[in-house]
Design a protein around this ligand. Structure first.
Ligand code: FAD
Ligand code: DLZ
Ligand code: SF4
Length: 508
């Protein structure tokens, strides 16, 4: 009897574990564009279009490679809305001896899959997800028994494991980390390196029409230019290595009012769909160093994001789910201000970041961390609401990567499991790393008063409110020393201003 292999929409990698395990001569593959997956959060239109277009191209390629594949096209009126419905439909038509999938990217989906043996009465096999370099068991063994988990130590192990940037057992360039060189603001020079653009082909154009006509999605679908096949993703990689990587390190933390990309790669879209293999991406970066095309601070900084942070957040996610999603250690309970969805706020840094998000389904890391993330942290937004926002609005967002970044790195809602301290900052940080403040309605130099930058009062108020939880953290000492220097009248005025900002959030 045949086996049924279900391929999830973000697992389009050519080395998918199913393809080694199943036999194209006797087994069948299944993929589906599902109402449930497309609407469980208010996804960005470009994200839905990217996933569907890449899925359709992958389905065509698998059929060309002699696989028998059933593909369910998006149909809002169909009774087939979820992965379970999709499998049930396949089992209605034919008998199968086994269902095979690869470990999904979301706990929610894994939980669904785990119910299938009981629902359908046949065995279900979950194979490893070959889009990652560190198997989940290896992450757990690394984490086991450590008092504190720190990305830096995990990253060093990943360097040794992959051999990337290693001279024997020593780090290349004499250090594991060159971050001290990577904090320059960008003042217009060198010119920014924009990502490569791809014209939609017929398949993609059909998907764009579908999304425009049939879906009520967030953001803009205009100028869709994303890579949707492995070939295009490789072209985008080569383009980034040539144009963005040389300056990636220097300006990694910079932000600019009218520049959406600076020197970032936009490769998360492709890596998270399986169109690019992370090791291939890192090897291309190391080759640029070998050939003198990019400096060590850029190449090391980039590789650290891919084999360090990307793998680390995934490891934490699977080790701690499902309880992780409900954590709220700082007791943050404010609703998400409505302008997170519209960008209609006078705070220039937020307005520009959200505008870019609406147009591109993208904001770069420092915008996500220090603008939209920092505001949500110091304002005290309920973690569940801000996590849902990030999962919806970015085209690279899947629970395994979005949740630890938002709930852990940004909101510190896991009590410091993922990152050692909250990235809380006042407007001064944004002023130093960008030119937003020059065009803002608010005054970055002021903390209280009608025109004062809201980040300032909220920052001091955040420290004040969380003193008991954060004061003993070594890395927060300096911040608390500064707070302690403040006289009590000023602190009272700050508390009042912060309370006013919370009450009037939607009009900021
Ligand atoms: P580059 O700056 O060019 O970096 C290169 C690659 O490194 C990225 O493509 C990505 O694969 C990897 N990377 C860098 N930082 C991280 C990180 N912190 N975690 C995981 N991978 C990383 N990334 C996602 O892929 N999906 C998400 O849903 C997501 N949500 C985030 C939410 C918040 C609140 C924050 C602060 C960060 C989030 N990130 C997420 C991490 C990071 O911001 C994006 O990976 C990055 O902006 C993608 O753009 P890029 O490809 O141009 O990255
Ligand atoms: C994000 C997404 C969207 C928008 N649509 C689909 C879909 O229609 N079919 C599908 O298989 N996957 C989709 N995905 C990705 C899933 O939500 C989910 O994150 C992964 O399938 C888990 O591996
Ligand atoms: Fe953002 Fe404050 Fe600067 Fe305005 S003044 S751009 S709100 S940091």
């Amino acid at each position: 009897m045949a086996r049924l292999g279900l391929i999830f929409g973000d697992q389009l990698n050519q080395d998918h574990a199913l393809l080694d395990c199943l036999d194209p001569a006797s087994d069948r593959l299944l993929m589906g564009e599902l109402v449930g997956e497309a609407t469980h959060v208010w996804h960005h239109a470009k994200k839905i279009a990217l996933v569907f277009a890449a899925m359709r191209h992958r389905a065509d390629a698998l059929r060309e490679a002699a696989w028998t594949l059933d593909y369910h096209r998006y149909d809002p009126d169909s009774a087939c809305q979820s992965f379970t419905d999709l499998v049930a439909e396949a089992l209605r038509d034919r008998e199968f001896e086994e269902i095979v999938v690869s470990w999904p990217g979301e706990w929610r989906v894994l939980d669904e899959v785990r119910g299938w043996e009981k629902t359908f009465g046949i065995p279900v096999t979950v194979l490893p997800d070959s889009r990652f370099l560190c198997p989940l068991e290896d992450f757990e063994s690394w984490a086991d028994g450590r008092k504190q988990l720190r990305m830096e130590y995990f990253y060093r192990q990943m360097r040794r494991r992959t051999g990337l940037l290693m001279d024997g057992d020593q780090p290349r360039g004499g250090a594991w980390n060159f971050d001290r060189d990577n904090r320059k603001p960008w003042r217009g020079d060198p010119p920014p390196a924009r990502p490569m653009r791809f014209k939609p082909d017929e398949t993609t154009a059909e998907v764009l029409e579908l999304v425009a006509d049939k879906m009520d999605a967030f953001g803009s679908l205009d100028d869709f230019d994303l890579p949707v096949t492995p070939t295009q993703a490789r072209q985008a990689l080569a383009h980034f290595i040539r144009s963005g990587l040389p300056h990636f390190g220097d300006f990694q933390d910079a932000m600019a009012d009218d520049e959406d990309w600076l020197f970032h790669s936009r490769l998360s879209f492709s890596m998270n769909l399986g169109l690019l293999d992370p090791i291939e991406v890192c090897e291309a970066a190391e080759r640029a160093l070998d050939e003198g095309q990019a400096p060590i601070n850029a190449v090391e900084g980039f590789i650290r994001q891919v084999i360090g942070w990307r793998e680390y957040v995934r490891g934490i996610y699977w080790m701690k789910m499902p309880a992780y999603a409900d954590m709220n250690e700082l007791d943050s309970n404010e609703p998400l201000p409505a302008w997170y969805w519209t960008g209609e706020t006078g705070m220039r840094c937020l307005a520009q970041t959200i505008d870019a998000t609406r147009r591109n389904a993208y904001a770069h890391h420092i915008q996500r961390l220090m603008v939209t993330g920092n505001f949500a942290l110091i304002f005290g937004v309920l973690p569940r609401e801000i996590c849902e926002w990030y999962l919806a609005v970015y085209a690279d967002a899947y629970d395994w990567v979005e949740l630890p970044n938002t709930l852990g790195m940004v909101m510190h809602a896991d009590g410091g499991l993922l990152g050692s301290k909250p990235y809380a900052a006042s407007g001064k940080y944004i002023q130093r790393m960008s030119n937003y403040c020059k065009q803002c309605r608010y005054q970055v130099a002021d903390t209280v008063g009608e025109k004062a930058c809201p980040f300032n009062a909220l920052y001091w108020d955040f420290l004040d409110r969380n003193r008991e939880r954060l004061e003993s953290n070594q890395r927060m000492r300096m911040m608390y020393r500064n707070l302690d220097r403040m006289d009590s009248d000023k602190l009272t005025a700050i508390r009042e201003r912060a309370a006013w900002l919370r009450e009037n959030a939607d009009s900021l």
